[in-house]
Ligand binder design. Structure first.
Ligand SMILES: [Zn+2]
Length: 367
């Protein structure tokens, strides 16, 4: 379980703020068992092509702990010098922890720095990375990669279009940037103070497979999840998956960010990928890679959907079949619904009502 962090002024991006709030009250409760809910029907995205092992179900998949990964090979990097000093009324200044580079498989690493994850794949004189995030973090990532290889970064695969994930790509001048087709609309806006967006990039629609030396990295689009250009990044042979802003370990997505999160889509995607072969599940803003964190969130989204859907069905039935009568749930259900099983998750108290409201909208509108 990740270390406790004090809420503080964010470094430079909104998602980092969310992480700090989540991490500040993360609990240590025992993990529930994996979900048994049936997975929704898969979309048109091609199935993962991993053939090196039988496909375990979500309930039978091996559940390595985050600490079972091979020992980190490059964790001695000096701490970044950036220190964000909070305004006088915002509490103490905050020191950014030093980055870590943890080896997950031969030539495959998990960089975690500035509260954000990147996959790093090194093979055959090429290097693929995921989200650079911002120029300061990109510089740190570049320095850590230089400790492992002289090869240049040749590919940057972006997990989605959000500005706190896509900045800093310009530091890797040899890289081809790839994102899902929908990213172009957010990149065209460029109004945000975080908007260091790529100007030249390639897009993919539903699926793209990238060879990095002798390794294969797949980009899957399974519909919108967090944002609209949600890419699920998967290495079938190494059984490593990367998602961004889809879930946090035993924490609810903070209420500030749920408006840009498609709850129906997030539930669909998590159910689909929970059936894939996964030994390491990298998420955007926590250092752990335990697949159980993903499975617990599949269960959470299924439980939330089931509870909200049941309330809607009951309200419609009581109104003699009128769906209009159930609209009143927007004014009552967020304040009355509880899911006791998740009460000890971080941000439950602050954000669960907004999750109910957002899932209510998903039930009514389908997204
Ligand atoms: Zn996001």
């Amino acid at each position: 379980m990740s270390e406790r962090l004090k809420p503080a002024l964010a470094v430079c991006c909104a998602a980092i703020l969310s992480l700090l709030l989540l991490a500040a009250c993360r609990s240590e409760a025992p993990a529930p068992t994996a979900t048994s809910a049936p997975a929704p029907t898969a979309t048109s995205a091609p199935a993962p092509t991993a053939t090196s092992a039988p496909a375990p179900t979500a309930t039978s998949a091996p559940a390595p702990t985050a600490t079972s990964a091979p020992a980190p090979t490059a964790t001695s990097a000096p701490a970044p010098t950036a220190t964000t000093e909070a305004p006088p009324d915002e509490g103490p200044s905050f020191q950014i922890p030093p980055p870590t580079m943890t080896m997950l498989a031969d030539g495959v690493y998990h960089y975690f720095g500035f509260f954000t994850s990147s996959l790093v794949v090194i093979s055959g004189g090429e290097v693929l990375i995921t989200d650079t995030a911002n120029p300061l973090r990109a510089q740190s990532l570049k320095e850590e990669i230089a400790k492992l290889t002289d090869s240049p970064v040749t590919t940057i695969a972006l997990t989605h279009e959000h500005y706190d994930h896509v900045g800093g790509t310009g530091l890797f001048e040899d890289a081809t940037i790839i994102c899902q087709w929908n990213c172009q609309f957010a990149f065209d806006l460029s109004q945000s103070p975080f908007a260091d967006v790529p100007t030249e990039y390639e897009t993919f629609d539903d699926f793209r497979e990238i060879r990095v030396g002798d390794k294969i990295v797949q980009l899957h689009y399974l519909g919108p999840g967090d944002g609209d250009a949600t890419a699920i990044i998967y290495m079938p042979a190494e059984r490593i998956i990367v998602t961004a802003d889809m879930y946090e370990p035993r924490a609810l997505t903070h209420k500030n960010w749920v408006d840009d999160k498609n709850f129906a889509g997030t539930r669909r995607i998590l159910n689909i990928i929970s059936g894939w072969n996964i030994d390491h599940a990298i998420n955007a803003h926590s250092p752990g890679t335990n697949p159980l964190d993903l499975l617990e969130n599949v269960e959470y989204y299924n439980d939330l959907y089931d509870a909200v859907k049941a309330a809607v069905d009951e309200a419609i039935a009581q109104a003699g079949g009128s769906t209009f009568a159930a609209y009143g749930l927007f004014d009552t259900l967020p304040q009355t619904m509880e899911l006791e099983k998740y009460r000890d998750w971080a941000e439950y108290d602050s954000s669960f009502p907004r999750h109910v409201e957002r899932m209510l909208l998903a039930v009514y509108h389908g997204d």
